[in-house]
Ligand binder design. Structure first.
Ligand SMILES: [Zn+2]
Length: 79
């Protein structure tokens, strides 16, 4: 089994998620907050920094979300 380091808390884990089991709920919650924010406000004229300020999600986590499956479209818009 592959051991991965959680990018949220630094703990090591072996499941196949993006983050460790302890962080999964928070990660999913922030991911849906991010998606809702973009759907509601659009992505034009929004930098990740602005979104970070408005949603309270760290820029580091927003950058990680852009690499998640299903967010390829967002990634293009921010590059
Ligand atoms: Zn974690």
């Amino acid at each position: 089994m592959e051991v991965v380091k959680c990018s949220r808390c630094g703990a090591f884990y072996t499941n196949s998620g993006y983050v460790c089991p302890k962080c999964t709920n928070k990660d999913n919650f922030e991911l849906s907050t991010f998606k809702n924010f973009v759907e509601k406000n659009g992505i034009e004229m929004q930098s990740l920094n602005q979104i970070s300020v408005s949603t309270g999600i760290s820029e580091k986590n927003l950058n990680r979300f852009l690499n998640y499956d299903g967010l390829e479209g967002y990634k293009k818009l921010f590059k």
